[in-house]
Design a protein around this ligand. Structure first.
Ligand code: ZN
Ligand code: ZN
Length: 251
């Protein structure tokens, strides 16, 4: 694994370590490319203040810090600046407005919510409603169709606990679309190592059968996670076990 495009910073309010510590850990781990993809700020219309992502007021500081660190470590590692973002049709235009003019290298799609965070429930909470599963798939397909994203982070975060038949019906449609678009799906190291509900084996059985492309993302919320080679090996073994076509994404 030579590149990791899924890295957070302290600005999202649930990560630790300085930007420099992430870069130094990545160099030590042997990465050639480190992409910072902190949780994207949203201009919530109702005065809602998120405690799980960067605030709009921090965008300036994020890009100036990244610019400085890219230059400082230019001979050691290639650094890219991006975001992990949800696709939220009602707020997308407002978000594009606050991000306009910034040198964003890439975005990864992380569909944690199906609407504005201020009025939505996290998709990782277990649920039974087929309509919600369908909505996740529809929204994710619509998002990928914009051409705005590099890959889909933890595609299996959606925690539908109803029948396997219904899960397969919708997730097959998702995977079929991704296969047609040749759009990579992430095997999430944080989820695997942390014993989260993702990577979800049900999901990857379907993705493997359809022949989707996979990418490993560390989803680092601390510099140490970049140095956890055991966790990365576990993710590599997971890809092998399912016979996934694993790639390193390129910008
Ligand atoms: Zn995420
Ligand atoms: Zn993340």
């Amino acid at each position: 694994m030579l590149s990791n495009f899924h890295t957070h910073t302290i600005r999202c309010q649930h990560a630790s370590g300085t930007d420099r510590e992430y870069v130094e850990a990545a160099i030590q781990a042997g990465f050639k490319i480190l992409g910072f993809s902190d949780h994207c700020p949203w201009p919530f219309p109702d005065g809602y203040v998120s405690n799980i992502r960067m605030a709009p007021a921090e965008i300036d500081g994020y890009f100036s810090a990244m610019d400085a660190i890219k230059k400082e470590y230019a001979s050691d590692i290639k650094i890219y600046t991006g975001f992990e973002a949800e696709y939220t049709p009602a707020l997308n235009t407002a978000q594009e407005a606050i991000l306009a003019g910034y040198p964003i290298d890439y975005m990864i799609l992380g569909q944690h919510f199906l609407g504005s965070e201020s009025e939505s429930v996290f998709v990782g909470r277990p649920f039974h409603e087929e309509a919600r599963l369908k909505q996740y798939v529809d929204l994710t397909i619509e998002a990928v169709d914009t051409g705005k994203y590099l890959y889909l982070a933890h595609p299996d975060i959606i925690n539908y606990i109803g029948s396997d038949k219904i899960y397969e019906k919708h997730i097959s449609r998702l995977c079929q679309f991704m296969k047609e678009k040749d759009f990579p799906l992430e095997v999430n190291v944080l989820g695997l190592w942390g014993g989260r509900t993702y990577p979800d084996r049900r999901f990857w059985e379907i993705a493997a059968k359809i022949g989707c492309t996979a990418v490993i993302g560390i989803d680092a919320h601390s510099p140490e996670q970049l140095l956890n080679t055991t966790a990365v090996k576990q993710a590599e073994a997971f890809c092998e076990e399912f016979g996934l076509n694993r790639i390193e994404v390129q910008l």
